[in-house]
Design a protein around this ligand. Structure first.
Ligand code: GDP
Length: 611
């Protein structure tokens, strides 16, 4: 995030709506280059008033081979800008619609101590999950409510009256992804290393990420209960990587623990609290809240649900809130023990409901008091995102059409929609790695939720294929896609997507079997019949349902079950098929959880000729 002590703003970026602008300072008579994060070669060339070719030549002189769309780091830009006689200054954002990039300056008198936020990282199987579970359970000792916990992505433990926040999604992916999106939601990293296994590749990876984020590290040497535990080896190996144990005169605390036997946890928590006392993490609770989304999903009963960590300010039930490009009014707030809250303070993780759509992990949120302003800000951000998406994809397809040699990349644009953030991320990472003779995938949009008309519109505009992972389009969306010639492909197994995309990129996507959706029925009644199970009374809204169909049960656009029909009836008679506009009764093999309002989609596998 740019430093906030400069007073200049880039005129080009000034938003047209005057309501959100406090000031715009013009610079006259000086050559000033305004730096913004993620500037690519073309943007820098424009800012320096030189041609793209001249810019590329400059970069080559510095030993960098870059294409027009490549992002250039600030140091490199500064070297070239100075050469061109420009002074580089960071952009100062005063436009509240860009609150995620905006730095908040608080009165130091309002700043109070806030709990530390801790992320646990380390090599797979070294005990991250076990450690997080053990710490979570340890709070029962403090006399807090025990009971059933639910995973919301983060939790707090109270120790000696002071809370500590733990991010409950172990792994680097989440950490790095959030950092890449500008969110800084970790104060301390606990690096878990198994004492019987020592430093492994992901230990080093985690270490690199923590160092890059300049976050202090505590090493938890785990599995000390094992006979083969060798903590000295861990200390030696990490010393070589620059983490010198305190015991050896260095500055990194090493704590021996056994997550399994719950040993050493108290000491680990002590060290965390000691470290946070030294670092003095502070925030201002006397302002509207700003913070980050840790996890988000579409809940069958509650709609869009998101776990937020409040970075600064106080979040209250009833607050209007913009998250990423969506907005809402906070209806409920609860923690991982399902305790309800009216307000959440800095560093507090809280699961909220009341959002219009599902945001993405890593999205920044900000609370507002006025509904109209909130809606305007969300609209503005949405249209900006759409413009950005369109611009980036139009460029790609145009490049292809013109056969531009410089960027002769061949790109398959893809929109990913899925039921949970985790699988979307996994899918996105997998697809983005595919490269077949220079052909690759460009993920235009990847969000949690059902496939919507907005996805179809974007796909049409960007010539993209929509991938639905465990989500389905509603009939109206499917019709829109058909009308616009947009291809929607639906999957429930990640590697199948990768296989198909690879095949498509090789230009040989020839499925021998294709799934043809034949029709949909809406469930209007259900009956429990002993011995048989639940019988659903449905109305065929579209196409035809056949007795031997494969069926998917959709609830709010999410696939809740896939299987086969067990019976199909019209009144009391078994029938082979039921067409649009007729009522029918059926049961599904091994599935009795069907509910009123569910949509059942019937399909059939059809052989496709291979030439
Ligand atoms: P993660 O992949 O880092 O999240 O690792 P897990 O927490 O899933 O642990 C991997 C395996 O190590 C599991 O079988 C755990 O039971 C085991 N494990 C974790 N902590 C300890 C420990 O302190 N001692 C022993 N003996 N086993 C442990």
């Amino acid at each position: 995030m740019p430093a906030n002590n400069k007073r200049y703003t880039n005129k080009k970026n000034v938003n047209k709506k005057p309501t959100f602008h406090k000031k715009e300072v013009k610079v006259v008579g000086e050559k000033i280059f305004i730096y913004k994060p993620d500037m690519n070669v073309a943007a820098v060339a424009e800012g320096l008033n030189i041609s793209n070719a001249a810019m590329i030549k400059r970069l080559m002189q510095l030993g960098l081979m870059a294409s027009i769309n490549q992002v250039i780091d600030r140091d490199t830009i500064e070297v070239i800008a100075l050469d061109e006689g420009y002074e580089v200054r960071d952009e100062v954002i005063t436009d509240v619609t860009r609150f995620d990039e905006m730095q908040i300056v608080d009165d130091p008198n309002d700043m109070v101590k806030r709990p530390p936020i801790v992320t646990v990282m380390g090599h797979v199987d070294h005990g991250k999950t076990t450690l997080l579970d053990a710490i979570r359970k340890s709070r029962v000792v403090e006399g807090e409510a025990g009971g059933i916990t639910q995973h919301i992505g983060a939790y707090q433990v109270i120790r000696n009256g002071e809370p500590i926040t733990f991010i409950d999604t172990p792994g680097h992916a989440a950490f790095t992804e959030m950092r890449a999106r500008g969110a800084k939601v970790t104060d301390i990293v606990v690096l878990v290393v198994a004492a019987d296994d020592g430093v492994m590749p992901q230990t080093i990876e985690a270490l690199d990420h923590a160092k890059a984020a300049k976050v202090p590290i505590i090493v938890a040497v785990n599995k000390m209960d094992k006979a083969s535990a060798n903590p000295e080896r861990v200390m030696n190996e990490l010393s070589e990587k620059g983490l010198i144990p305190e015991a050896w005169g260095g500055s990194t605390p090493f704590v021996n623990v056994s997550a399994l036997k719950k040993q050493g946890l108290e000491e680990l928590l002590d060290v965390i609290q000691l470290m946070s006392e030294i670092d003095e993490f502070k925030a201002n609770p006397k302002r509207l809240a700003k913070g980050t989304v840790i996890e988000a999903s579409l809940d069958k009963g509650r709609g869009a649900v998101a776990t937020l960590i409040v970075e600064t300010g106080t979040l209250r039930v009833g607050d209007y809130i913009v998250i990423g490009n969506t907005y809402g009014k906070i209806r409920t707030m609860q923690d991982d023990l399902k305790r309800r809250y009216q307000e959440a303070k800095p560093s507090q993780p809280i699961e909220i409901t009341g959002l219009n759509e599902v945001p993405q992990a890593g999205d920044i949120f900000m609370a507002f008091t006025d509904e109209k302003v909130t809606r305007q800000i969300a609209d503005e951000r949405q249209s900006r995102q759409r413009d950005g998406e369109l611009k980036s994809v139009k460029k790609a397809s145009l490049d292809n059409m013109l056969g531009d040699l410089e960027s002769s990349e061949k790109v398959l644009n893809i929109i990913i929609k899925g039921d949970v953030q985790g699988s979307i991320e996994a899918l996105k990472n997998l697809l983005e790695k595919i490269d077949i003779d220079g052909f690759h995938v460009n993920v235009v949009r990847s969000t949690v939720g059902a496939i919507t008309e907005s996805d179809v519109t974007l796909a049409n505009a960007s010539n993209a294929v929509v991938i639905g992972f465990n989500v389905r389009p509603a009939s109206s969306v499917k019709q829109a896609a058909d009308a616009q010639g947009v291809e929607i492909r639906l999957y429930s197994i990640i590697y199948r997507v990768a296989e198909d995309i690879e095949a498509a990129l090789k230009g040989m996507l020839q499925p021998t079997f294709e799934e043809i959706v034949t029709g949909q029925a809406e469930i209007r009644e259900t009956f429990k019949v002993s011995k048989i199970g639940t019988i659903a009374g449905g109305y065929v809204t579209d196409g035809v349902i056949k007795r031997d169909a494969l069926v998917r049960v959709l609830r709010d656009g999410i696939v809740v079950y896939e299987g086969k029909l067990q019976s199909l009836k019209r009144f009391k008679d078994d029938v082979k098929e039921v067409r649009t506009g007729f009522e029918c009764g059926f049961s599904i093999e091994n599935f009795n959880d069907i509910k009123i309002g569910d949509v059942v989609e019937a399909s059939q596998m059809k052989e496709v000729e291979v030439d």
